[in-house]
Ligand binder design. Structure first.
Ligand SMILES: [Zn+2]
Length: 262
C-alpha cells in the first residue's frame, strides 16, 4: 500500500514540477494563478489536471483546442512518482523521506530546466541549497562533513568558472555544486562528482560517435550533476563501500580471470 501511495504522492509533486518549469520560463509566478493550456489559454479544470491519467484520458490532446499536450507532462509525473517511491523505500515513512522527496523535486526541476533551456535558475538552486542542508541535518551528518561537502561541491565549479572565465560552466553550476555538496557531505560528495563526470563523459562520447554533437556544442552539465546527486542520495553509501572495501577491485579481477577460464 505504501509504495502505491508514495508513487501517487510523487506524481502530484511531478505535476507541480511541470507547472514550475513552465511558469518560470514564461515569467509567471510559480505559485499563483490557475493552470491554462499554452495554446488556447483556456483555464484547465481539475479533471484536466489529474497526473498521468488526464493525459491518457484526453489521448494527449487539449480538451478545448485539441492541440497536442507535450509528452514532458506525463513523463515528468511518472518519473517523479518513481523518485518518491525510491526515496520512501530507502528512508521509510519518515520526515527524512518527505524532505528527500522535496529535494528530489528541486533536483528534478533543475534537471528538466537545464535540459530544455540550458540554464539553472537561482530561484530554484538557492532554495534547493536550504533543502539540501536540512536533509543532511536530518540524516545526522556532521557539521564538518556538510561543510567539506559544500566547499568541495561549490568550490570545484567555482575554480573551473574562474579558470575558464565562465566559458566551460555557468554560475548556476556553482550553486548546483553547492546543493550537491550540502545534501551529501563528505565523502559522498566525491562519489557524486565522479558519477557526474563519468556519466557526462559517456554521454558526450555517445553524442560525438553518433555525430549528433560536435566537440564545441554544449551538453548541459547540470543534468548530470542533479542526476548524480539523486543517485548518491539513494545508493551513495553502498557505492562507496563497494569501491573502498575491495568489492570493486575484486569484481574487476574476477571478471578478467573468468574471461580467461571458459
Ligand atoms: Zn488548448
Amino acid at each position: 500500500m505504501y509504495p502505491f501511495l508514495s508513487f501517487i504522492f510523487g506524481t502530484i509533486i511531478g505535476s507541480f514540477c511541470n507547472v514550475v518549469v513552465y511558469r518560470l520560463h514564461a515569467g509567471d509566478s510559480p505559485a499563483r494563478g490557475r493552470s491554462y493550456c499554452p495554446h488556447c489559454k483556456h483555464t484547465l479544470s481539475s479533471a484536466d489536471l489529474v497526473p498521468v491519467l488526464s493525459f491518457i484520458a484526453l489521448r494527449g490532446k487539449c480538451r478545448y483546442c485539441r492541440k497536442p499536450i507535450s509528452w514532458q507532462y506525463p513523463l515528468v509525473e511518472t518519473a517523479m512518482g518513481l523518485i518518491a517511491l525510491l526515496v520512501v523505500r530507502q528512508f521509510g515513512l519518515s520526515i527524512v523521506s518527505f524532505v528527500g522527496i522535496v529535494l528530489g523535486a528541486f533536483l528534478f526541476i533543475m534537471f528538466v530546466y537545464d535540459q530544455k533551456y540550458q540554464l539553472i535558475l537561482d530561484r530554484i538552486s538557492v532554495p534547493a541549497m536550504a533543502v539540501a542542508l536540512l536533509f543532511s541535518l536530518l540524516l545526522h551528518r556532521s557539521f564538518l562533513s556538510i561543510l567539506l561537502g559544500g566547499i568541495l561541491g561549490a568550490g570545484l565549479f567555482f575554480a573551473q568558472y574562474v579558470l575558464s572565465k565562465g566559458r566551460w560552466i555557468g554560475g548556476g553550476d556553482i550553486r548546483l555544486g553547492g546543493v550537491l555538496g550540502l545534501a551529501l557531505g563528505w565523502p559522498l560528495t566525491a562519489v557524486a562528482l565522479v558519477i557526474a563526470y563519468l556519466s557526462g563523459a559517456a554521454a558526450a562520447l555517445v553524442l560525438i560517435l553518433s555525430r549528433k554533437s560536435s566537440m564545441s556544442s554544449m551538453i548541459p552539465f547540470g543534468t548530470f550533476l542533479s542526476l548524480a546527486t539523486f543517485i548518491t542520495v539513494l545508493w551513495g553509501n553502498g557505492i562507496l563501500q563497494w569501491y573502498l572495501h575491495g568489492g570493486f577491485f575484486d569484481w574487476v579481477v574476477n571478471t578478467l580471470l573468468r574471461s580467461y577460464n571458459p
